[in-house]
Design a binder for this molecule. Sequence first.
Ligand code: ATP
Length: 316
Amino acid sequence: MQETIPKQNVVLKVQNLKKQYETLTAVNNISFDIIKNEIFGLLGPNGAGKTTTINMICGLLPPTNGSVKFIGFPDQDPKSLIGYCPQENIFYPKLTCLEQLLFIGQMYGKPLQLLKERSVELLELLGLKDKMNTWASKLSGGMKRRLNICLALVHDPEILILDEPEAGLDPQSRILVRDFIKTISKRKTIILTTHNMDEADRLADRVAIIDHGKLLLLETPQNLKKTVGEGDILEIYFEAHNETAINQFIHKVTLLSMNVKKNINSVSIKHQNIIDHLSSIKNMAESGGLTISEIKLRENTLEDVFIHLTGRSLRQ
Ligand code: ATP
C-alpha cells in the first residue's frame, strides 16, 4: 500500500494505530510514515476518523492500540515538536493577536525578542499584520482561522498539524492559506486533514484516503488519480429519464471498453482521449431514443478515486 521511503527521511512513524469507543472503531489499525518537509493529506468524509488520528498523533488522545514515534529528535519533548491547529479556533478573545502569540510562545519557554520577530513575520505571512494590535474577538471568522494557524507555529515546531485548515474560509483567505502552507512546507513537515478533495489535490504531496477508520490508499494525488485510470470524464445529462434506453446506451458504451457510471439522470464515461469519441457516443445515445440536455467534460479528480474505492461520494 505504501511505497518504500528512505529511513533517514521519516520524521514520524504511525504504527497499527487504533481507537475504540465502546462498539465503534473510530480508527482501525492505521499505519503510515511521514516524510520530512512533505505535505501529508488525510482525506476522508465526515466521521472517517481523521481528527481522532490527529489527536492521537498530538498526544491529546490515548490510542487503544498502536504507537506514534518521532524519528530523529531524541532530546526533544514531543509536545514542542508539534504545532497543532484544531478544527475549532482556540484563542483568548481579549488579547490582541500579537499578545497571544507572545503569551503562547513564552509558555514554550522561547525568548521574548525572538518571539516578537517570529510573531510579526507569521502575522504578515497570513495577512494579519495590520490586525496585530486588535483583540482576537474583533477579527472576522477567516482572520480568526488564520490567527489560529499563527498560534500553532509560534514555538517553531518541526511538524505542523492542521485540522481542516480551509474550513469556513472565503475564497481569498483560502488562496492566502494555501500559499502560506506551500511556503511554510519548505521549512516544516505538514499534516493536514480535509474532506475537500480539491484542497488535498492542490496542496498535498501524498494523500491518505481514510473511511470508516481504515486507511484505503496512500499515494501522491497524481498516482491516486491513475489508480482509477488516466483520462477525462464525460458527463452526459438526459432530458427525460428513460431507464431502458439509458441501460441500452450504457451497454453499448461498455462494449467499447469504456468505464461507465450511471447517475440519477446522467451517465459518466471515463476513457483516454474521450473527446475523440464524443460524436460517436452522442450518436449512440440519440439513435437509442435519448435526448441529451447537457454534456460536460472534466478531469479525473480525487472524488472519482474515492467513489471508485468506496462506491459513494465524499459528501454522502
Ligand atoms: P469530520 O470531517 O466530521 O471532522 P473526522 O474524520 O475527523 O470527521 P472523527 O472526529 O475522527 O472524524 O470521528 C470518527 C468517529 O469517531 C465518528 O463516528 C465519531 O462520532 C466518533 N467519535 C469521535 N469522538 C468520539 C468520542 N469521544 N466518543 C465516541 N465516539 C467518538
